[in-house]
Ligand binder design. Structure first.
Ligand code: HEC
Length: 168
């Protein structure tokens, strides 16, 4: 690739645009120190209480081992600052009642026309036939509140999340 001859302000603008996920309406996202971010993730930020990374942690919230490869910095930031608007359809909490009178609360992993796979609140993987369900509710409520971390701490956590790109 040939080198670009951009001035440094122009280069900063291009980088901000990339970090905002190529969204012209998007906000530039501050990306901090991944080492501090990891410490916050595992400590004070309490992220590791719900999220699994590289085989460690519970399965009730999405596994974040590859999150840096599949989400933009802007989407990661939105998840922390405003989880309600960041809630993705597949991540919406579900509540199922079966015709055997069992109630299952959990998170979907997958769904097709006839079946739905969930991780229930006891971290068990369940595959259910839709014909066995008497009710199937999908919530719009995120499972967590907006973070109370400072903006520098959020930047550090985003810096860490961006290093999570599968099992290298
Ligand atoms: C109380 C449990 C809980 C805590 C604490 C928590 N999360 Fe989450 N998080 C979830 C759940 C559950 C979801 C799935 C969406 C939902 O239900 O709100 C989620 C979604 C996410 C997503 C979006 C995943 C995707 O597929 O895009 C990211 C990123 C994330 N959390 C990062 C964090 C970070 C970083 C922290 C710590 C600052 C944190 N979470 C703290 C439960 C939690």
């Amino acid at each position: 690739m040939p080198a670009f001859s951009l001035r440094s302000e122009e280069m900063n603008g291009v980088i901000a645009f990339i970090r905002a996920g190529f969204d012209p309406e998007g906000e530039a996202v501050k990306i901090g120190d991944p080492v501090r971010g990891k410490a916050l993730f595992e400590g004070e930020g309490q992220c590791a209480d719900c999220h699994r990374v590289r085989g460690v942690g519970p399965r009730t919230a999405p596994d974040l081992s590859n999150i840096g490869a599949i989400r933009t910095p802007a989407s990661l930031q939105r998840n922390l600052l405003d989880p309600a608007t960041a809630l993705l359809p597949i991540n919406r909490p579900v509540r199922l009642v079966t015709r055997f009178e069992e109630t299952i609360v959990g998170r979907r992993l997958n769904e097709d026309t006839y079946t739905v796979q969930v991780i229930d609140s006891g971290e068990r993987l369940r595959s259910l036939k839709k014909t066995d369900l008497v009710s199937y509710e999908i919530s719009d409520e995120p499972s967590k509140q907006p973070t109370t971390m400072t903006s520098d701490e959020v930047a550090d956590v985003i810096g860490y999340l961006l290093t999570l790109r599968g099992l290298e």
